[in-house]
Write a new protein. Structure first.
Length: 335
């Protein structure tokens, strides 16, 4: 009697992109979904009476390539916890791959010990995302690039510099100097200058020597300028504007040194506390930021320009889903 032939079951896996968003920046999440032509997935987010957060997916995510969008906006700790719970729920619901998308990565400034007995909280947040079950992280303009090394998983570090530079190239006039608000911002200033030069604008570089009073996290005083700024259009560049103490002080110093025009460009408009009043009172023609963080109407004024980062993030998400290069989007200038 002949033995029955062995039967083999073969399945060709199909890739399915699913996009879910926390409450950190709902407007940006909707823009990204529109750019990708993918609907935001159904999700239930609520809180118990004692403040504990509850999250549940309203549809099956089994086998999906799942992206969890969450910008770490105020209340920051709730936003981080919400993203962690969403990642954990996706892992337990058998998502194939989970990517944490953090347009603004909280605690990025605490990336080292500046004094004894301090935490390195940027590493702690990386560990939390890892333990929650993320397989990959996508973020925009980290405070320092070495934060990528805190993760034992792929990190796609996007940059808004081409977006900001393209806008400034259309508006700035005369001889241009790109100014770093401190000595550590030289790499970012050079990147801005390179992008402006691609638009046909010759640039010089300068940086500000600033002093930060000990034990004060949100105060800094600009003391001197290294570089040529007199009679030139100056662009102050930074990764974020928080209380605007250092950037406003730098703008005042540039005016004192004879700058013809001062503009500010930053990826993240945190705009905490007295930031709006400081920027309104500073000798600044325009402040340009992106919408990695939500900026409500009460924080907007005539000199503020908010550019959408959604097309850049959407392109990166599509590249990750299609397993193509993310760095090629920025020609390798995103590390």
């Amino acid at each position: 009697m002949e033995a029955e032939p062995t039967r083999h079951m073969e399945l060709v896996p199909t890739k399915r992109l699913m996009l879910f968003a926390g409450r950190g920046n709902e407007e940006l999440s909707a823009e990204i979904a529109k750019e990708l032509d993918v609907p935001l997935g159904e999700i239930v987010l609520s809180a118990f009476a004692n403040g504990e957060l509850y999250c549940r997916y309203g549809e099956s995510v089994r086998g999906a390539d799942l992206f969890v969008l969450q910008s770490h906006s105020p209340p920051i700790n709730d936003r981080i916890m919400e993203q962690l719970i969403l990642i954990d729920a996706a892992k337990r619901a058998s998502a194939r791959r989970i990517t944490a998308v953090c347009p603004f990565y909280a605690y990025a400034r605490q990336d080292r010990k500046a004094e004894g007995r301090e935490p390195i909280t940027a590493r702690l947040v990386a560990d939390l995302l890892t333990v929650a079950g993320a397989d990959r992280v996508i973020t925009v303009d980290l405070h320092t690039g070495q934060i990528q090394g805190f993760f034992d998983m792929p990190v796609d570090h996007l940059t808004a510099v081409p977006l900001l530079a393209a806008h400034l190239a259309e508006t700035v006039l005369g001889d241009v100097t790109v100014v770093a608000p401190d000595a550590g911002g030289g790499k970012l200033a050079r990147r801005f200058a390179n992008n402006l030069e691609e638009h046909g604008i010759d640039t010089e570089l300068a940086f500000i020597d600033k002093r930060r009073p000990k034990h004060l996290h949100n105060e800094a005083v600009a003391e001197e300028i290294v570089g040529d700024v007199e009679g030139r259009a100056c662009i102050l560049v930074d990764d974020m504007i928080d209380t605007a103490s250092s950037i406003a002080s730098a703008a005042n110093l540039l005016q004192e040194r004879g700058a013809a025009d001062v503009r500010i460009a930053a990826t993240h408009g945190v705009l905490s506390g007295p930031a709006i009043d400081r920027l309104k009172n500073a000798p600044v023609r325009e402040v340009v930021v992106t919408n990695t963080l939500p900026i409500p109407d009460e924080k907007r004024w005539d000199a503020l320009t908010v550019l959408s980062i959604a097309p850049i993030i959407a392109e990166a998400l599509d590249a990750v889903f299609e397993d193509t290069s993310v760095s090629e989007i920025f020609r390798g200038d995103n590390v």
